[in-house]
Ligand binder design. Structure first.
Ligand code: 13P
Length: 248
């Protein structure tokens, strides 16, 4: 685990206007300028260009998804090549909210590969729907990782970030956030799955994030005791005061 943390703001489908997005980004940029952590913002794609034009400072930009290829007959879609052109260095892939709308493991695998060839860092989201007592959730996470990363060259795995986001912990209808113990257990397990696929040495280079009801009160506990290298923050990233407390 590195001392420099990765904090990703997933704005999801917020805010409503470009003006608000620019204002929020301005605050994040100023906070990140004074902070040693890596701050990555994933705004709606519509706002990427306006934000890039403001100058990113120390902040990095991520797209929320993106389809493979460059251009083509795909109504309503934006490609990973396009988001790269407007300044995204990262892409959130396989988020449970995208999977719920029909994104398949196969598509996620293709997106991960496309990102790697385009030099965009994939933030691969994995996480179980439910946490029953029979440990089936471990299998669910393992299979998402294997399906997304099989066939990837060993040397490229260090360019992937994995975000563990248990679905039951996400959003305003979340049951609760994960406990620190659950987070730590999963971080260890993900490292083991990666080690089995790519070897111990390479798997150690992969950063692991936790996401799901992260706020200014629990962030430091996850970072200090949760065995993760950073956080993927939803709701609390839309409030600059809360987000400031998290990145600090
Ligand atoms: P919340 O922080 O709002 O629970 O969302 C988590 C998430 O899905 C981030 O990608």
């Amino acid at each position: 685990m590195t001392s420099k943390k990765i904090i990703v703001a997933n704005w999801k489908m917020n805010p409503l206007t470009g003006k608000e997005a620019v204002a929020l980004f301005k605050k994040v940029k100023s906070l990140a300028g004074k902070n040693k952590n890596t701050v990555i913002v994933a705004p709606p794609m519509l706002y990427l260009e306006a934000i890039k034009r403001m100058g990113l400072g120390k902040v990095k930009l991520a797209s929320q998804g993106g389809v493979i290829g460059d251009t083509g007959a795909q109504t309503g879609m934006v490609s990973l090549a396009m988001v790269k052109k407007v300044g995204a260095s990262h892409a959130i892939l396989g988020h449970s909210e995208m999977r719920a709308r029909g994104t398949t493991d196969q598509e996620v695998a293709e997106q991960v590969k496309d990102c790697i060839t385009k030099n965009v860092t994939p933030i691969l989201c994995v996480g179980e729907k439910e946490r029953e007592g029979d440990m089936w959730y471990l299998h669910a996470v393992k299979s998402q990782i294997e399906l997304a990363l099989t066939g990837m060259q060993k040397a490229k795995i260090a360019n992937v970030i994995i975000a563990y986001e248990p679905i039951w912990a996400i959003g305003k209808n979340a049951k609760r956030e994960a406990t620190v113990k659950e987070c730590e257990e999963m971080a260890i397990y993900i490292k083991k799955v990666l080690a089995d696929m790519f070897g111990h040495k390479e798997s150690k280079k992969v950063s692991i994030l936790y996401g799901g009801s992260v706020d200014e009160k629990n962030a430091h506990v996850f970072l200090e005791q949760g065995g993760v290298d950073g956080l993927l923050v939803g709701r609390a990233s839309l409030n600059s005061k809360q987000f400031s407390a998290i990145i600090n």
